[in-house]
Design a protein around this ligand. Structure first.
Ligand code: AHR
Length: 505
């Protein structure tokens, strides 16, 4: 059968105004993310605070609106008080989640400075593993209360006069996971999170709170975890978190490229569970979704196991340094398309993570920062995916893979930016053998012309980038034509495509 893809878009078929925070990311005190990642005094590009300017430039190019911090699993034994005040007095601690040495040279205030410098904001996580309500409240008072109290005055005494004004807070991390320090049952977590949330909103009613969802879809308690915990937290929280990582350990690329369907199913299940709790409570508000950890993660697993087991307590060991292939970039593109399609309920998301640790940006300790393959779909989505997500009426030929049925050969979504008068179509051709023509009826976007068609493709699905060379880099395609309201694009086999339409000045 002839392979095909047809799409209809229209200004009036709207999913939602996208919350820019779905293009968020994550920096954890893990491996070389902080130390030797964003912070490396003595590096030729370091600024007066020790922040690497080469890294900052790449983060600014990505225009990352929010960065989750400081973990991750790290947060579950984080003693935030160790990370503030005079640096020379800060204690070194055994960091139990990653069995590393934490020097606390970078803490809450330094990270806040860094996020401001790169034009971003913090999504702060509190420790509900080994700590509880009081510690979370103290941290919030330290960060957000103007002055005149123990912790706000403590902040001021540390040289930070103005409140950090952190608006988004995660109530712990992956509390359902047996690996988590202080892991909890759903009832234990639900009660603790509700009481913490209640107290935090008394301190600062303007904050938004994220209740921990399941660590992934394979957790035995998924989705009962969401149902039980939200029954406790519903009145106090605004979001529930989703985490999921994808991988290709069996080297089955077709199956790997279909895994965005699992993300889609995950999102739909969590929405259904949130709405069930809302109905049960006769609630008025929706609980929205914060997909605050997502990415491909599998390449470095074996090496990481060895480092943590046999070489513990190093400062900034190389951990989770996955080197991403071209096919990983296609999956990241498909995951972004999936989240944009659910942008009415997925209001925040964090590509996990940002620098060195399962990251789009890598650093050489004695050299430059460089872009992994996955940098590009993330860049394109963050840059051109702002505005209104349009409901795509999409039909495509399909195929089956080992774990998935009826996988669309082409997946696509479009975003309309009314301010710039532009529409961007994101499309992945998952087919590994054939080019496929995408025919798109652009409805009432009259007079729109082709601005550019960017394509990311590579003959070698396993190609990786490095500090020395970019094997995978975007280029311009001349295979899109606009004729009246019909856009016809030749999508090369195994390719990520960004088709930008607008009015030429
Ligand atoms: O992002 C790496 C780790 O993955 C995080 O610390 C944890 O939350 C998840 O399991």
């Amino acid at each position: 059968m002839q392979k095909y893809a047809k799409m209809v878009i229209d200004k009036d078929f709207k999913i939602a105004e996208i919350d820019k925070r779905i293009y968020g990311s994550f920096i954890e005190h893990l491996g070389r993310a902080v130390y030797q990642g964003i912070y490396q005094p003595g590096h030729p590009t370091a600024d007066e605070n020790g922040f690497r300017k080469d890294v900052m430039e790449l983060v600014e190019e990505l225009n990352v609106p929010i960065v989750r911090y400081p973990g991750g699993n790290f947060v579950s034994s984080f003693v935030w008080e160790d990370s503030v005040g005079p640096v020379e007095q800060r204690p070194k601690r055994l960091e139990l989640a990653w069995r590393s040495l934490e020097t606390n040279e970078i803490g809450v205030n330094e990270f806040s400075k860094w996020t401001k410098a790169v034009g971003s904001e913090i999504m702060m996580a509190v420790n509900l593993g080994t700590r509880g309500v009081a510690d979370a409240c103290n941290l919030l008072e330290y960060c957000n209360h103007p002055s005149g109290t123990k912790y706000s005055d403590w902040r001021i005494s540390h040289g930070v006069k103005d409140p950090l004004n952190i608006k988004t807070w995660c109530l712990g991390n992956e509390m359902d996971g047996p690996w988590q320090l202080g892991a909890k049952t759903p009832v234990e977590y639900g009660r603790l999170a509700a009481e913490t949330a209640k107290a935090m909103k008394l301190i600062d009613p303007t904050i938004e709170l994220v209740s921990c969802g399941s660590s992934n879809t394979q957790m035995p308690t998924f989705p009962q975890w969401e149902a039980t915990t939200l029954e406790h937290t519903y009145d106090y929280v605004d979001y529930v978190s989703l985490h999921q990582y994808f991988g290709n350990p069996d080297n089955d690329t077709e199956n790997f490229l279909a895994q965005s369907m699992e993300m889609d199913h995950f999102i739909k299940t969590v929405i259904a569970t949130c709405d069930f709790v809302k109905a049960k409570k006769r609630g008025k508000k929706n609980i929205n979704l914060s997909f605050d950890e997502w990415n491909v993660w599998f390449h470095a697993n074996e090496a990481d196991g060895d480092t943590m087991k046999n070489h513990p307590w190093q400062q900034a060991p190389a951990l989770l340094e996955d080197h991403y292939t071209f096919e990983d970039a296609l999956v990241v593109g498909l995951l972004l398309i999936t989240m944009i399609k659910h942008s009415d309920r997925v209001r925040m998301a964090c590509l996990a993570q940002l620098v060195n640790v399962i990251a789009p940006i890598m650093t050489e300790t004695n050299g430059p920062a460089w872009k992994q393959t996955i940098y590009y779909p993330y860049l394109h989505a963050s840059k051109y995916g702002r505005g209104v997500a349009l409901q795509p009426v999409l039909s495509s030929s399909k195929h089956d893979t080992k774990d998935f049925k009826d996988v669309a050969d082409v997946d696509s979504v479009a975003v309309w930016n009314p301010e710039k008068d532009e529409v961007t179509i994101f499309a992945v051709n998952r087919d590994l053998k054939d080019d496929i023509t995408l025919t798109c009826d652009i409805g009432n976007f009259e007079g729109y012309e082709l601005l550019e068609h960017i394509v990311l493709e590579c003959d070698d699905l396993k190609a990786v980038n490095s500090a020395a060379a970019e094997a995978v880099t975007p280029k311009q395609s001349d295979e899109t034509k606009v004729d009246g309201r019909t856009v016809t694009s030749n999508l090369h086999k195994a390719s990520w495509n960004v088709i930008r339409l607008g009015r030429r000045a």
